[in-house]
Design a protein around this ligand. Structure first.
Ligand SMILES: Nc1nc2c(ncn2[C@@H]2O[C@H](COP(=O)(O)OP(=O)(O)OP(=O)(O)O)[C@@H](O)[C@H]2O)c(=O)[nH]1
Ligand SMILES: [Mg+2]
Length: 220
């Protein structure tokens, strides 16, 4: 019974995600779904990244959190439109939550929609929101064993970002093992190594995202 119920929920979610994807495609909006455990640095990465986008990239952000508008406020301080969804205890965003706020977004004015999912490496992995790309963020303080322990999201994400590399000297994070495990899970994944704090490694990640947005705009 439980298995059946889960399958039905996911089927319903996938149908709405397909609808979202169609709407985003019609409007040439590239959509990123950012997933990590709490505190890995999703919002900090966005705060830095949004200020460095070239003028032809027009972003908006959806912030998913159990409670508070703290992250949306941080994003708004960069001058970028941000909308907060509170899941009221839910451990992930789903396609319907995104669908319900579409009319509140400036869809005619943007070509990049970034969705910061609820901080959690497990639940968000199973729910398609209608995004073009999932980006998983891990920080070095969490340990290099996480890709193998939480394989679903590391396998599914087209992009992985290792954040807080400024702290590498203070932790026993094994970079070689991390990379080896990621390659085993998803050999095609683009891997980035950054410090949102010092901005080391941020530029290649921004270039990658900009290329994706321009490609979608060009109809690819
Ligand atoms: N040393 C260091 N600290 C960082 C870096 N990036 C983020 N932080 C810090 O990590 C903490 C959490 O960062 P957030 O950006 O709020 O993390 P988050 O993933 O958005 O967290 P949730 O939204 O709660 O899931 C903050 O105190 C940041 O200042 C980094 O590259 N290096
Ligand atoms: Mg955040």
């Amino acid at each position: 019974m439980q298995v059946q119920l889960t399958t039905n929920i996911l089927k319903a979610n996938d149908a709405i995600a397909a609808l979202n994807r169609k709407i985003f495609s019609e409007k040439n909006i590239f959509v990123m779904n950012i997933i990590s455990s709490p505190g890995a640095g999703k919002t900090t990465i966005l705060e830095k990244l949004l200020l460095k986008l070239p003028p032809d990239i027009k972003p908006a952000v959806i912030e998913g959190d159990l409670a508070t508008t703290k992250d949306a406020e941080r994003i708004e301080n960069t001058g970028v439109f941000a909308l907060q969804i509170n899941t009221l205890g839910g451990c992930h965003l789903d396609a319907n939550m995104i669908n319900q706020v579409l009319e509140k977004l400036p869809l005619e004015e943007i070509n990049l929609l970034i969705i910061e999912n609820v901080g959690n490496l497990v639940c968000p992995a199973g729910f398609d929101l209608g995004e073009d790309m999932k980006m998983v963020v891990l920080s070095v303080t969490e340990g290099n064993d996480k890709p193998l322990k939480y394989p679903v999201i590391f396998r599914e994400a087209a992009v992985s970002v290792l954040n807080k590399i400024d702290l590498l000297n203070y932790v026993d994070f094994d970079l070689n093992q991390y990379e080896e495990d990621l390659i085993a899970l998803n050999p095609d994944q683009r891997r980035f190594y950054i410090s949102a704090r010092t901005e080391e490694g941020l530029e290649p990640l921004i270039e990658f995202i900009v290329e994706k947005v321009r490609a979608k705009k060009g109809g690819e």
